[in-house]
Design a protein around this ligand. Structure first.
Ligand code: NDP
Length: 261
């Protein structure tokens, strides 16, 4: 249970996209630890069921939260609309949305395959618009709701070989501001989290690359990869009453990467 009622999410329903693994799963687990009912999402129903079982196994005896799964593809607008309607009708009002699903593709921009460009834009950016607006249309009449978009340190900085990813994350930061501009007056809070470098399947190649590890150890003031659990505090803060006057912001959780050259 959370130490302060400010961080208590008991009874609130949270949808976390792309939460079958990596950062999304850790954020879902953090929200559940703070008391939220959690809906896990991804495209692979079997993988989602395994993740939900892991989360239920970690639930302390007597805890009343529920862990649900709703597989859908965040890049498919009609599937998104249908899934959000079903969740609202069958699972309850969504109080917290985490737009986390995302992919990475690496290649120099001059040879970047156009189909990979389109897939990155669809998954990392269109999805935030599709899921964000589908959920906001339910939150607005209720006059409340928390939306957390997952950005990156690449909201601010580029690195060779990932220009399209960087473009989407910069756009997510500004879309977060735009959502705030349109929806704050309806009682919604829309913020973003910008993770630094975390060991997840998305970074599998980099985790195995000794040169990248040497670079990261030197470049990151913390001197190490982030652990996905280290994103839970920021997520619970932005999902809870503790952040009641925070809106349109991007909170970087990066071991200091953006603070030093
Ligand atoms: P993972 O590859 O570990 O997880 C990605 C998740 O997204 C999976 O659950 C995957 O499930 C899901 N997903 C992918 N495409 C879709 C889709 N079209 N519809 C629904 N779900 C989808 O990545 P991370 O956990 O590392 O990344 C999560 C987020 O964090 C991303 O937005 C990423 O950009 C961001 N981020 C990650 C950083 C890191 O260091 N790892 C740093 C900064 C930001 P499935 O494939 O089964 O659908």
């Amino acid at each position: 249970m959370p130490a302060s009622p400010l961080f208590d999410l008991t009874g609130r329903l949270a949808l976390v996209t792309g939460s079958s693994g990596g950062i999304g799963f850790a954020i879902a687990a953090g929200l559940a630890d703070a008391g939220a009912h959690v809906i896990l999402n991804g495209r692979d129903a079997a993988r989602l069921d395994e993740s939900a079982a892991r989360l239920r196994d970690a639930t302390p005896p007597g805890a009343t939260r529920t862990i649900l799964t709703r597989p859908f593809d965040v890049t498919d607008r009609l599937s998104v609309e249908a899934a959000i309607s079903t969740i609202e009708a069958e699972d309850g009002p969504i109080r917290i949305l985490v737009n986390n699903a995302g992919i990475q593709r690496r290649a120099p921009l001059d040879v970047f395959p156009p189909e990979d460009w389109a897939e990155i834009i669809r998954t990392n950016l269109d999805s935030v618009f599709f899921v964000g607006t589908a959920v906001a249309r339910h939150m607005i009449p209720r006059g409340m709701g928390k939306i957390i978009n997952i950005g990156s340190v690449q909201c601010e900085l580029a690195r060779p070989g990932i220009a399209p990813y960087t473009a989407t994350k910069g756009a997510v930061k500004n879309l977060t501001r735009g959502m705030c501009a349109d929806w704050a007056r309806h009682g919604l809070q829309i913020n973003a989290i910008g993770p630094g470098y975390f060991e997840t399947p998305l970074n599998r190649a980099l985790v195995a690359d000794p040169d990248f590890n040497a670079w990261l150890t030197k470049r990151t003031p913390a001197g190490r990869w982030g652990k996905v659990e280290e994103l839970q505090g920021a997520a619970v803060f932005l999902a809870s009453d503790a952040s009641s006057f925070v809106n349109g912001q991007t909170l970087y959780v990066d071991g200091g990467v953006l603070s030093v050259l």
